[in-house]
Design a protein around this ligand. Structure first.
Ligand code: ATP
Length: 364
């Protein structure tokens, strides 16, 4: 397994910049997810690492020192799996997986041993001599995985590999992918526009914005709990973004929101831009807000509003709460059925409570 380092990499298509002086470090032996909106340049980045596109400016390194910027694809020890698995339809499962090994001039015995072993790992034992066309989508995806992993690449690039599968199968395959990565310790780079997929699989993840810039890199928990910008906060999970002004009075942070009054807030990290009078934003996750018709004590912040919309999601309920100035907030409430539940209906007057530690202050 190897790390990958991109140094000031740029890529243009027909004179238009898609990736501009991008720096990125992908750690070795980890499951790394690259998450971003459609069209932001994720596939392009992957194709540059694979060698399927050439870099216009900058350098790409495999490991600490191997400059692969101009190395041809077949010498890169990097494999790629795309959404279209590109399996050979006229070959059996066994021959699809053996294909790369045959190019390496291994003996028939070595090939058989490796192929059978990897097919066992991806739970395709007993299907070795089936035709590809007789397999389900999930099974075909497992063949594609086996074919990529059997060559023992140092890096495996996965471009939305599960997009063609239904939700159930996708969830199952995600777990299998995590197991495979842990078993082989190959560096996985997983590209997706689906935030829940990225949060599930990644040890570390990078968030790319619509301009092809990396906005933040971190563990899924860091990114979810401490987003670096309103873009990241809104793209990874659901959040309420408020605009306002920061006031600092005797060391106490107060956020004067444009629409909803003042809130007490606590920021564990004091950044240099956090000065009294600065215009900034607040991210308030819907699940951090307590919704009730009752009066509660012990919360830093309180708002009063009217329920405008209710969507039942099974394990949780989503409320849209409207305030006097028509501003709304989204609130998620867990549906815990083991104690009497307060019944909240459309047009009910409700109290919203949240703690000062449960918000994130953002510069942009
Ligand atoms: P998606 O999530 O929809 O797959 P993406 O983030 O992977 O999107 P890319 O496929 O990398 O995005 O595309 C980034 C931009 O580059 C898009 O505007 C796309 O139209 C453009 N682009 C990609 N490949 C080419 C190409 N071969 N020629 C011209 N433009 C291209």
């Amino acid at each position: 397994m190897r790390s990958i380092r991109l140094e000031s990499v740029s890529k243009l298509f027909h004179g238009e910049v898609v990736i501009d002086k991008l720096n990125l470090e992908i750690p070795s032996g980890k499951f790394f997810a690259l998450l971003g909106p459609s069209g932001c340049g994720k596939t392009t980045l992957l194709r540059l690492i694979a060698g399927l596109e050439s870099v216009d400016k900058g350098r790409i390194f495999l490991g600490d020192d191997r400059d692969i910027t101009n190395t041809p694809i077949y010498k890169r020890t990097i494999n790629t799996i795309f959404q279209q698995y590109a399996l050979f339809p006229h070959l059996t499962v066994f021959e699809n997986v053996a294909y790369g090994l045959r190019l390496r001039n291994l003996t028939e015995k070595e090939i058989e041993k490796k192929v059978l072993s990897i097919l066992k790992t991806v739970r395709l034992s007993g299907r070795e001599y089936r035709n590809i066309t007789n397999l389900s989508g999930g099974q075909q995806q497992r063949v594609a995985l086996a074919r990529a992993i059997v060559n023992e690449p140092e890096v495996l690039l996965l471009d939305e590999p599960l997009a063609a599968l239904d939700l159930r199968l996708r969830e199952q395959m995600l777990i299998e992918l995590i197991d495979l990565q842990e078993k082989f310790k190959t560096t996985f780079v997983y590209v997706t526009h689906d935030q829940s997929e990225a949060l599930t699989v990644a040890d570390r993840m990078a968030i790319m914005n619509a301009d092809g810039e990396i906005e933040q890199i971190g563990t899924p928990k860091e990114i979810y709990e401490f987003p670096a910008s309103t873009f990241v906060a809104g793209f990874v999970g659901t959040t309420n973004i408020l605009k306002g002004i920061l006031k600092i009075e005797e060391g106490q942070f107060i956020f004067e929101s444009q629409n909803l009054g003042d809130f007490l807030i606590f920021s564990p990290v004091k950044k240099s831009w956090m000065v009294s009078g600065v215009e900034c934003f607040l991210s308030l996750r819907p699940e951090k807000i307590m919704i009730t018709k009752n009066k509660m004590e012990g919360f830093s912040n309180h708002l009063k509003g009217t329920v405008e919309n209710i969507i039942y999601h099974g394990q949780s309920t989503k409320y849209k709460v409207r305030f006097a100035n028509r501003k709304t907030l989204t609130v998620f409430e867990q549906n815990e059925e083991h104690f009497p539940h307060e019944y909240i209906d459309y047009d009910d007057e409700v109290n919203l409570y949240f703690q000062k530690e449960n918000v994130v202050l953002l510069e942009r």
